[in-house]
Structures are given as structure tokens and as C-alpha cells.
Design a protein around this ligand. Structure first.
Ligand SMILES: [Cu+2]
Length: 198
């Protein structure tokens, strides 16, 4: 019996080491009054004195079965998004603002099989729509650091590899009010609880 519990403890210790690394900011968003705690963007706000180069890696948003797939993405400012049309019908992808700035509106026709790319150099959220299919909607959330995550269906999230330091943790959701909370990241995994409401 003694040997058995020892084994269990050792096994759990190994498990924890594997899933939780130093620099991981893990947490859970509770979203009272919101439609869902899923697909809430959680990110570390701009860090004074730190600049992040536009990533070479593009992110793809497919237009598949008359839906933007994935429905929501969070990207570092400067990221290029490839809008692929995986359907057999044309789509007219557009957004009327980014972060509320209407000067950043964009409109592009994407033929079946075609990809149109766009580099997002401004912070804020773009609601992407299609002129031809009113049911199509998605969100692109452009943030100032590469330290971001989207919540899962239960509101949980993990932001990986955050360097030790003190930061402001922000969030964005379709129907909630964005909040800011301080977070201190050390060499141990950090746990945070967030509440987002209307
Ligand atoms: Cu469409």
C-alpha cells in the first residue's frame, strides 16, 4: 500500500513538470452574464521598452462551409493573415474597422481556392464578415505582445513562455467589458482568475 501511494505521488509530480512550465500563465475566466466564457482573448499588454518583430509565420483563416475557421484568432501586431477560400463559392471578406477605427476598413473578394493576405499592423479587434453570406462572422484580435491565449469552452487558458516580470493582463470578448489586472510572472507557473462581465 505504501509503495502504491509513493508511485502515485511520483507520477503526479512528473505530470505537473510536463504540463506547467516556468513562464506559463494559467487561469480561468468566469463570465457572469455573458453568452459564453469561450473564445475570450487574454493577453499581456504592451511592455515598456520591448518591441516585437512581425512574425514570419502567417496565420490562416479559412472560409469553409460558409464559416470563418477558426471563428476567432488572436495575433501579434504585424502578423499576416491568409484568408483562404476553401469553399466552391466566392466570398467577399470585409471589416468596417479595427479597434473602432473606421479608416482601417478593408474589403476583398476571395474566389474559390484563392488566398488573399493582409498584414494587421494596428491594434484592436476586427469583426470579419462576408457581404455575400450574412451568417459569416469571425473576429481577429490584434495584440501588442506574443503572450496571448484564447479561452476554451470552460473559460480556461494558458499563455506560454512569458518572461519573468510584472505586467498588465488584458482581455477582449465579443460581449464583455475589457478589464486589466496586474500579473507577476516568476520562474514558477502563475495562476490567475479573471472575471469578465457586461
Ligand atoms: Cu461568403
Amino acid at each position: 500500500m505504501k509503495t502504491f501511494s509513493r508511485t502515485v505521488i511520483l507520477a503526479s509530480a512528473v505530470f505537473v513538470t510536463v504540463v506547467a512550465n516556468a513562464g506559463d500563465v494559467k487561469g480561468k475566466v468566469s463570465a457572469p452574464g455573458l453568452k459564453s466564457a469561450e473564445n475570450i482573448a487574454v493577453y499581456i499588454d504592451a511592455i515598456a521598452g520591448k518591441k516585437f518583430d512581425p512574425p514570419a509565420q502567417h496565420v490562416m483563416v479559412n472560409q469553409l462551409n460558409l464559416a470563418f475557421t477558426p471563428h476567432d484568432i488572436v495575433i501579434l501586431r504585424g502578423t499576416t493573415v491568409d484568408f483562404l477560400n476553401g469553399d466552391h463559392v466566392a466570398h467577399n471578406v470585409f471589416w468596417s474597422s479595427i479597434g473602432g477605427n473606421k479608416a482601417l476598413k478593408q474589403n476583398m473578394m476571395v474566389s474559390p481556392g484563392q488566398t488573399k493576405s493582409f498584414q494587421f499592423n494596428n491594434l484592436g479587434t476586427a469583426q470579419i464578415l462576408c457581404n455575400l453570406h450574412t451568417e459569416m462572422v469571425g473576429y481577429i484580435i490584434v495584440v501588442p505582445t506574443p503572450y496571448f491565449a484564447l479561452t476554451g469552452s470552460d473559460g480556461s487558458f494558458t499563455i506560454n513562455n512569458v518572461p519573468p516580470g510584472s505586467y498588465n493582463l488584458k482581455n477582449w470578448s465579443v460581449d464583455g467589458k475589457p478589464t486589466t489586472q496586474a500579473v507577476t510572472v516568476t520562474n514558477a507557473p502563475t495562476n490567475v482568475q479573471l472575471t469578465v462581465s457586461k
